[in-house]
Design a protein around this ligand. Sequence first.
Ligand SMILES: Cc1cc2nc3c(=O)[nH]c(=O)nc-3n(C[C@H](O)[C@H](O)[C@H](O)COP(=O)(O)OP(=O)(O)OC[C@H]3O[C@@H](n4cnc5c(N)ncnc54)[C@H](O)[C@@H]3O)c2cc1C
Length: 397
Amino acid sequence: MSYTTTTESLISFDNTEIAFAHKDDRSLKRAYRLFKMISQPWLSSTGASLSQFALKAGLPVKGIIKNTLYAQFCGGESVEKSLPTINELAAANVLTVLDYGVEAKDSEADFDRTLAEMEHEIQFAKDNDHVLCISCKLTGLARFALLEKLHAGKPLTPQEEAEWERTQERVNEISAFAHKHDVSLYIDAEETWIQKPIDDIVTRMMEKYNQEKAIIFNTVQLYRHDRLSYLKDAFAEAEKGDYFYGIKLVRGAYMEKERERARRLGYEDPINPTKVATDRDFNEAITFCIDHIDRISVCVATHNEESNLLFARLIEERGIDKQHPHAFSCQLLGMSDHITFNLANAGYRVGKYIPYGPVKDVVPYLSRRAKENTSVGGQMSRELQLLKREMHRRNLI
Ligand SMILES: Cc1cc2nc3c(=O)[nH]c(=O)nc-3n(C[C@H](O)[C@H](O)[C@H](O)COP(=O)(O)OP(=O)(O)OC[C@H]3O[C@@H](n4cnc5c(N)ncnc54)[C@H](O)[C@@H]3O)c2cc1C
């Protein structure tokens, strides 16, 4: 299947000159070599676990990772060190969503450190017009097993009650801080078996802090067959409660894990039966949000071309300002530049997630990006095809 998609009149994602204008020849070649390397399935699967092992064993691989995968997919080891990337994106009218890339932790001390880091991100964002908001994973602030117990409605021990109390305080503290500094907070969607307490607490934060505008955003995963109706019901609640509704739309990142667990434990698969069904729900969710743009602030978080074209077309057709503060499309740093930069060039409000953090902490994130860009059935990944086209256009190969 070809990666190229165009709409008749509106916008084209084919233009690799615009897509890669922010890369000089050297960094284009570096990206091309990297995607060529990770397209080898054996290398991206063994390479990821080897690097994790080598880092733990203190072997000198940090430099290699830093100059390859890390340079492509991460901003820097801290928010300050991510500034050159933020500025590079800003020069092409692409906004930043800061994403502290350290994976879920388990101790109270870790949760407090994550909270402090997020407050630091907010302080940084309030002084930088190019940073739109920050992203947050509840499992960075709370223990997974605790969320799982809450989701299942199991009684908590007095110790767990106190732990949950502290978690809620942390979430309230970061939400209040975001509100005070007028920086939005996107809260990720995670596994279905911990999602209910996340939805509940995020809804409470929206009620409290989204009175004047959407500061707190929840996320819905449209690969779940129950989420389109959840979105509509949650919005109806927001209308009733007279607060703004902030939502990030994603397809969902845990499909295999979800299906395997449902099979193993013998409950109904929460995932849509087909990709077509997920795409239909996702696109209907975009339409629903754009149709209620006065009260919904939406982040369309996808690398899917059709969904981004739909987003652009609806804005155009409904006569909405392309820079409307409630309409935003977002991709991950280092991926789908043909979507981000062509949308930005056409005047839409777009951004990139910039994951940042110490190299050793973001290796799991990097290995997921590597696996995602591996060649499937001998077919070149979409990123590699695009980079190759641009290399040809610049006569570099
Ligand atoms: C900015 C950003 C933020 C994100 N935040 C989150 C988050 O908070 N939580 C989260 O879970 N994910 C998140 N993701 C990841 C996202 O959920 C997707 O996994 C990823 O973006 C790929 O989907 P797509 O829409 O980009 O592209 P596509 O390639 O069009 O879609 C692939 C997705 O379709 C779905 N799918 C594939 N095959 C099937 C099938 N047979 N049946 C049903 N569905 C299928 C899966 O969700 C798969 O990931 C985020 C992604 C981005 C870009």
